[in-house]
Structures are given as C-alpha cells and as structure tokens.
Design a protein around this ligand. Structure first.
Ligand SMILES: C[S@@+](CC[C@H](N)C(=O)[O-])C[C@H]1O[C@@H](n2cnc3c(N)ncnc32)[C@H](O)[C@@H]1O
Length: 410
C-alpha cells in the first residue's frame, strides 16, 4: 500500500526563510518555517480550537496557529532549551517592566562588578570540563552576568533575558560557531580569542527585546493560552482539533544533535541531564532488536544486510515514533487532523519513507490519510548530505524534499 504523495510547489516558499516573517529569538536546528503551517491550517479551514505540537522545538507551529486564530495550544519537547525559546516567544509580558529590567540589570551589573570580592566569591556553574571550553576570566564574567539575571524576579521576564545569555555562553566559548555540534577552536585561534562578554550580551539583548516586542508581542492576544513543557507529550483523550508538528527525521546522534547543540545553554541554566538529552530523544535508546510490523521493515532489513548496528539504531527511532503516534492519535477529536512535516532520510544508501510510515501508523490508529504534499526543502538549516558509505568523500543527498502528511480522524 502506498499513500498518495502530490508535488505541491505552493509549499516550497522559495526564497523565504524563517526570518522572513518570524525571526527566531535564538538559532535552533531544523526549524520549520511557520508559513507552511499557516497555509495548511487555512487549507483545512481551521480557524480556532486547540492545537498540539508534541515535538515543538523553538515553536514554529505556535506562530502558525496564532496567525489563523487558534487560541489554545500545547507544546512538548524534551530539550529544556527548546522550551525556553518557545516560552520566551509565546508568553505575554508587560513591556514597561521589560524596559525597566533592561535598565536595572545594567545598573546591578555595574554595582556588582565594582566590588572585586563579589566576583571571587561567586560559585562557578557545574559544567564538566569547563576549562576546556572557557578561559577563567570568561567563566567569572559569565557567572556574574548570570547572577545578575537571576535577580529578575518575574520568571517570564527573566526567560526573555536568558535567551541572549544562552547565545553569549556559546559565542564566548572556544567552540566554532558555524557548527551545530561542538568542535573546539584551534590553539592559535584560542590564543587570540578575547570576547567582550558584556558587549556581546547587551547587543544581543537589544535585538531579542526588539524582535519580541515587534514580532511576537502584538500577536499574543489576551484570550490566547499556550502551554509548553519540557517533557514527553502526555495524552489528553479526544481533545485536540489539530496536531501540527515537525518531528525529528531520525535519532539525534546520526541526524541533528539537538542536545549537543543546546548543551552549553542547558548546562549554564542548570539542567543536570544536559549531556544526556540526545539519548533521551526519539531513537536514543537502541536495543539489538529489529523493528517489525510496518512497511518500513523491508527497508530496515535492507540496512541490516549491510550494517547490523545501523539497522538497530533505525529500528529504535521508528519504534519510538510508532508509540508516539499511538498516543497522539488517541488525543485527537473525531474529524480532527494530524499534520506531520518530515523528511525521508537515507541510511546506508537506503531511502527510508518516513512519510509513508507516518500515514500508515495514523491509519492503523483510526485515521484516514488525506494527502501528502511534497515540497522542496530549500530553507531548513540542517546538513543535507552525509557519508553513508565508509568511503571518504562519497556523499549522497539525504533530504532534498520534505513531506507534509495530512490525516483525519474517523
Ligand atoms: C525538527 S525539531 C522541531 C523544530 C520546530 N518545529 C521548530 O520550528 O523549532 C524536532 C524536535 O523534537 C524534539 N524531540 C525529539 N524527540 C522527542 C521526544 N521523544 N519527545 C519530545 N520532543 C522530542 C527535539 O528536541 C527537537 O526540538
């Protein structure tokens, strides 16, 4: 059985990026452009009701929902840093207090740094191998900055101020900033590296506040309720009118390492399991067991012939996605919709039809597959190539198209 796929150029949004309409408050890997969600929700004639995103990342689906008038949304993501970004964007703040705090933290920081003992008495954060990534002086200054930011009493406002802090801890570490994964600079680069922490922070803060104020704040009407939590999705029986999400394309270790990308931010913000996040995400727990009972199983068997270990890794991912679709399905109302935006990755030269898998699993759970749109993937920040063979330099395209899988509960 194959589920119908239709090439739809309307969804390409060629030349548009995330920032065209909804600049993010912080970079996040594999974001979905909200324009996709907006068009789909319009096409399905969804103008209100409740929406779920079980893998919400930095929250693009909420931007889509707000645009069409959905006023109740629930989001989940295991990565606390993703939730920090989403919540910062979609929590209504009092702008006058934001501006006051903006002034307060400058004064407080100035006063704090005036007394030398203050810096020496601060407890540094618990970060493994911290000296490998930061100089002693940078650790002290970042700790001082964090200390001042935590004096902001209103936790919603504090969250907005922590966004540029998260970017600063990354930018002022010895990592190469152009990568999502963590790679240390070369020794000659490190010897010349002397960032102005406070300058970096305050210039980022200015941009974050402006983006929040002009892009997100005006959309957050009084009757809108968006709840976002950093944990696995919890089912709510027959509750949602629509599920709009872009799940990961595969396990974090071999596709997009969301946990590693967010590592410094999570560690500085005292998430003690920061380094375990990639293992907690979908497909993170691998067993020596092949995944069966799906159209994807033949593809997994192909991989098995070439590389047993990879076939178990891939199995773990589909096993988790299967269990999650099962829970999501129960949570959708009769006649409600599920919209999953995914890519079909290639492992060991086998292209895995995740779009077909998703349609199959929703059909197994009381839905009818309506249509899958194929769109050109031109605006997602993620690696489009990898090296599936072990031959150096031999690369194949893993994802050039993306699929919007639409199903409806019967
Ligand atoms: C493709 S990203 C979502 C991007 C989002 N649409 C955006 O625009 O930022 C997939 C997200 O799924 C999250 N994730 C992976 N496994 C998860 C799980 N089992 N439960 C909840 N979230 C998970 C990752 O942390 C990541 O943020």
């Amino acid at each position: 059985m194959t589920y119908k796929v239709e090439r739809n150029t309307k969804y390409d949004f060629t030349g548009q990026s995330y920032s065209t309409k909804y600049p993010n408050l912080h970079r996040y890997p594999a974001t979905m452009i909200p324009q996709i969600g907006i068009e789909i929700l319009k096409e399905l004639d969804i103008k209100n009701g409740s929406m779920l995103d079980p893998y919400c990342g930095s929250g693009s689906s909420f931007a889509s929902g707000l645009e069409v008038g959905i006023n109740e949304m629930f989001g989940f993501d295991i990565n606390p840093f993703a939730v920090l970004i989403s919540k910062a964007k979609f929590t209504k703040l009092d702008l006058e207090t934001v501006n006051k705090e903006n002034q307060n933290i400058r004064n407080n920081l100035y006063e704090f740094l005036k007394i030398e003992d203050n810096l020496n008495n601060l407890k540094p954060p618990k970060i493994k191998n911290i000296e490998f990534w930061y100089s002693t002086e940078i650790i002290k200054n970042l700790t001082a900055l964090k200390h001042v930011l935590y004096q902001i009493k209103d936790e919603n406002i504090r969250r907005l101020f922590l966004i540029p802090f998260a970017e600063t801890v990354r930018e002022c570490s010895y990592t190469r900033n152009s990568e999502f994964k963590l790679f240390r600079m070369k020794p000659e680069e490190i010897s010349k590296f002397n960032p102005d922490i406070f300058g970096v922070y305050f210039s980022k803060l200015k941009k974050v506040i402006e983006t929040y104020q002009y892009v997100y704040y005006p959309k957050l009407k009084e009757n809108v309720n968006i709840s976002i939590e950093y944990k696995k999705f919890e089912p709510k029986k027959d509750y949602f009118d629509v599920v709009l999400t872009s799940p990961p394309y595969g396990d974090s270790k071999t596709t997009v390492a969301y946990g590693q990308f967010s590592n410094f931010a999570n560690e500085w913000l005292e998430i003690d399991y920061a380094r375990q996040i990639d293992n907690l995400l979908m497909g993170g727990k691998v067993e020596k067991k092949l995944y069966k009972n799906s159209l994807i199983s033949d593809y997994i068997n192909e991989i098995y012939k070439d590389n047993e270990k990879r076939s178990y890794e891939v199995s773990a991912f589909y096993r988790d996605l299967d269990a999650s679709i099962n829970k999501v399905s129960k949570s959708v109302k009769k006649n409600g919709f599920s919209v999953y935006v995914v890519g079909n990755r290639t492992v060991k030269n086998v292209m895995l039809p995740t779009d077909q898998f998703i349609a199959e699993k929703f059909e197994n759970n009381g839905f009818k597959h309506i249509i899958t749109y194929e769109r050109l993937l031109s605006n997602k920040t993620m690696p489009s190539k990898n090296s599936p063979t072990n031959i150096t330099g031999a690369k194949v395209n893993t994802m050039l198209m993306e699929y919007i899988v639409i199903c409806q509960k019967k």
